[in-house]
Design a binder for this molecule. Structure first.
Ligand SMILES: Cc1cc2nc3c(=O)[nH]c(=O)nc-3n(C[C@H](O)[C@H](O)[C@H](O)COP(=O)(O)OP(=O)(O)OC[C@H]3O[C@@H](n4cnc5c(N)ncnc54)[C@H](O)[C@@H]3O)c2cc1C
Length: 805
């Protein structure tokens, strides 16, 4: 069951907010409880309707999808706070998400007097036409003297008060069930036939055909070709089936694929209307029924893996290769986490393969810089490798130097130098030598391991994702990170000893009598506890890039992380594994350093919208139409430069550059041009007008850039590696802005992927791999190094767990 908790105030750390947060934590084992905040919402304004725009749009969707809503209010002049009042005005103006929604009212007051008047006021508002909520009668929970009511962990101190809250909440859950069963379906009569409709999916149009008999929706056929493989698959498998089985449009969006989910529901609603029935009748019908059995489910396995992204599936596959059993618990309906979103290139030095590619202009000078580099600036543990690398570079430059150079040492030193940073407090960080050595030594082995399992790599090209600093990316033939997830999933499913349970977020560890980890406890979509006993637990739950609060809490690197910053991450990536590790005393490392992706979609944080091309082909212009940075720089330099230039900037491409873009179809580009999220013009002057920069300045910028490509030298910003010029129409401008992309910090691990506690000791039976672990990438992760990390340390975690059994 899904509950939304709303703290009816916009002030931080208020007792009202504490009460909702306490409820979210306290009832987490019974329901999925999400807290939403009113902070930062626009004040209600009748003449400027924003209810269908962000951030209100997402809140409407969340309330509509919830089974019930808890609203906490404080009291101001015997009525509710103005922030809550304004919010409820939005929610009853042109949208009505509270219509027949079960709501529980709770209140806090700093005095003994309580918040009875405000709660009564809130009930009246909720009951008013336009809002029309179903308010839980009685069960008035008021927390008086609320500033003293919580302990330092945010828990309510008084046991009696907690008991009363529990009993009110239990009544609320009963009320929700009763309200659900009272929804009497209206009679409907469709005009039978097949109706063709088109709505918006995630990547563009989502066409579908919905078939009706007189009384039923009989079939929903969706053309899924435009949507991202892997992420949206669950939507197409699940929603049509639920809609048809329940003859209802009151179905939950699939977490992580909400845009596609709402697109599909909207499409069916359109078809229902064409078939002569009011879709609201189907939207008000009860949700498809779920099993009422709430007894725990118990499993036993050798290794339980928390998280079904790349690291988790690699670890599970490695366990199966050794003939042992494994269960993967995945929080979301679809596997893949951030891995499925990845562009695909995975770094590994493979000089024999790279030799066949010609060197690009500028690459030799990057290598020469290493010969002139001051050895004193290299940390002692890396110096021997650095000197050996200098020897390799000298040998290479002594020849024709016309092919692409690479070596494990070059990869290692670039990972180290690329990650070495100083934070705002003057603290220096660089990658742990042992962890970086293992990563770079075993990188190619990971590529080969994946290839053996069936991932097909495109050996005809060596790629370099943004911020990678060198061309050593092995890119799968199939689209994006899905290529890895699909292969590993198939491998696990083919083994009887392997099991994958989706929609089963892990909540805590199972501890034995000695307090040692012996499994995990999760909660599945049917609200049943899932208890998995295991000899080892591998945490592979990813980082915390989708948890802005957590990024802000630990941040020591960026001068500011805005509340409304976008992220390129899956919404599942909220730092769960890090918190689980902390619950058993794990040490954390490098948490203050997060990576922004400079070239993200300004609104959605997405990476692969517009024309995303290799940095040798980037031309970045600011809102004045001028270049402002060496486009070949690392991600944090690009991000800082973007922030200094107002955040928003444009990637310029021409028809030839377009051919080097990642994962782009003509149809999706056309759809973006039509939607106004990508600009296209036959002349540079026209393009300049579209992006609102001075045409003359813009034309001069591009002419200068083209002359630098010809000369192989950029006197303005020092770009050293170029490929194509901007010459052939049509020209494109892709708007970009930095978004949270990667969290380098995480659980402290050793080279065997064992988790280390605050005292520097190994925590028995606990392993971590992938973005949940810290220490490798330090202050900045090179593009393409994460996939190498997750598949290398995922395998290592499994290997160690098996050895220790
Ligand atoms: C848009 C994008 C593009 C990228 N491109 C590249 C690239 O081209 N090359 C590269 O090297 N790197 C790339 N990266 C980085 C890389 O994809 C990630 O760092 C990497 O995939 C992380 O893998 P992981 O297995 O550690 O975590 P994830 O793949 O994120 O998987 C973690 C999984 O754990 C699940 N989970 C979370 N909490 C729980 C819980 N409590 N219980 C159960 N399950 C849980 C999540 O739902 C998720 O499925 C990219 C990242 C993004 C966001």
């Amino acid at each position: 069951m899904k509950i939304i908790g709303i703290s009816g105030t916009n002030s931080s750390d208020s007792p009202t907010e504490k009460l909702v947060n306490f409820m979210a934590q306290h009832f987490a084992s019974q329901v999925e409880f999400e807290v939403i905040e009113l902070k930062g919402l626009p004040m209600f304004n009748e003449s400027n309707d924003l209810s269908n725009q962000e951030p209100l749009k997402s809140l409407v969707a969340k309330i509509e999808a919830a089974d019930g809503v808890v609203i906490a209010t404080s009291e101001h002049n015997r009525s509710i706070p103005s922030a809550l009042n304004s919010f409820l005005e939005w929610m009853s103006f042109t949208v009505h998400p509270f219509d027949e929604k079960p709501v529980m009212v709770v209140g806090t007051s700093v005095t003994r007097q309580g918040s009875a008047s405000a709660q009564l006021h809130l009930r009246q508002v909720l009951d008013a036409p336009g809002v029309n909520a179903l308010v839980l009668p009685g069960n008035e929970f008021l927390l008086g003297q609320a500033t003293e009511a919580f302990d330092e962990n945010g828990a309510i101190k008084e046991a009696n008060t907690v008991d009363f809250l529990e009993s009110c909440f239990a009544n609320f859950l009963r009320f929700i069930k009763a309200a659900d069963s009272l929804q009497i379906p209206d009679e409907v009569r469709f005009e039978p036939g097949d109706y063709q409709v088109k709505t918006k999916g995630h990547n563009g149009d989502l066409p579908m055909v919905v078939s009706f008999s007189e009384n039923r929706i009989e079939d929903i056929k969706v053309d899924t070709s435009g949507e991202t493989e892997g992420i949206a698959d669950t939507v197409f498998e699940r929603l049509p089936q639920e809609i048809i089985a329940g003859q209802t449009l009151n179905v939950d969006a699939v977490s992580g694929a909400s845009v596609t989910s709402y697109g599909l529901i909207d499409g069916v609603a359109q078809a229902v209307k064409l078939a002569g029935v009011d879709p609201n009748i189907l939207k008000k019908r009860p949700k498809p029924s779920k099993s009422q059995d709430l007894s725990p489910l118990e499993y036993e396995t050798d290794v339980v893996v928390v998280g079904g992204g790349g690291a988790g599936l690699a670890a599970a596959s490695r366990v199966l290769q050794a003939g042992k059993s494994t269960i993967v618990l995945e929080k979301f309906p679809a596997l893949g986490g951030n891995t499925v979103r990845a562009g695909g290139p995975m770094n590994a030095a493979d000089p024999d393969w790279q030799k066949q590619f010609a060197a690009l202009p500028g690459e030799a000078s990057v290598l020469k810089e290493m010969l002139d580099y001051d050895l004193a600036k290299i940390d002692p543990e890396y110096q021997a490798d650095f000197k050996a690398l200098q020897g390799q570079i000298k040998d290479y430059l002594a020849g024709k130097a016309d092919y692409l150079f690479d070596s494990i040492l070059w990869h290692r030193i670039q990972t180290y130098l690329g990650g070495k940073r100083v934070d705002l407090n003057g603290n220096e960080i660089h990658g742990d030598y042992d962890l970086v050595k293992v990563l770079t030594d075993h990188a190619l082995e990971s590529v080969k391991w994946l290839a053996d399992l069936g991932v097909e790599f495109d050996e005809s090209q060596v790629t370099m994702p943004v911020g990678a600093k060198w061309r050593r990316g092995h890119k799968p033939m199939e689209s994006q990170g899905f290529a890895f997830i699909k292969t590993l999933k198939k491998f696990i499913e083919e083994h009887e000893a392997g099991q994958i349970l989706t929609e089963t977020p892990v909540k805590r560890f199972l501890l034995d009598e000695q307090g040692q980890i012996c499994g995990v406890v999760a909660l599945n979509a049917a609200n049943r506890q899932v208890i998995v006993k295991a000899k080892a637990v591998i945490l592979a739950s990813g980082g915390f890039g989708a948890n802005t609060k957590m990024v802000q809490k630990y941040n020591t690197y960026w001068s500011q992380v805005d509340d409304d910053i976008a992220t390129s991450n899956s919404p599942a990536i909220t730092g769960d594994g890090i918190k689980l590790g902390q619950s058993v005393g794990a040490a954390l490392v490098g948490m203050g350093f997060t990576q922004m992706m400079p070239v993200s979609d300004p609104k959605t944080g997405e990476l692969f919208s517009g024309l995303q091309v290799p940095p040798a082909n980037y031309v970045m212009v600011n809102q004045q139409g001028k270049r402002f940075v060496d486009e070949y720089e690392g991600r944090d330099v690009l991000t800082k430069a973007a922030f200094d230039n107002g955040g928003l900037f444009y990637l310029i491409a021409d028809d030839e550059i377009k051919k080097t873009a990642y994962n782009t179809t003509q149809a999706s580009l056309d759809a973006q041009v039509e939607a106004g999220t990508l600009f296209r013009a036959d002349t540079l002057a026209d393009l300049a007008k579209q992006i609102k920069v001075d045409p003359q300045t813009f034309e001069e910028t591009i002419a200068k850039y083209n002359s630098y490509v010809d000369a192989g030298v950029d006197p303005e910003f020092g770009k050293e590696v170029f490929d194509l010029k901007v010459v052939k129409p049509p020209f494109y401008a892709t708007p970009r802005k930095p978004a949270i992309h990667h969290t380098m910090g995480g659980l402290k691990i050793n080279t065997k992927a064992q988790v280390i506690n605050e005292a520097g000791q190994v925590i028995p039976n606990l392993y971590a791999a992938g973005e949940v672990a810290g220490g490798i990438h330090a202050g900045n992760r090179l593009g393409g190094n994460s996939l190498t990390d997750i598949f290398t340390y995922g395998r290592i975690a499994a290997k160690t767990a098996l050895e220790k059994m």
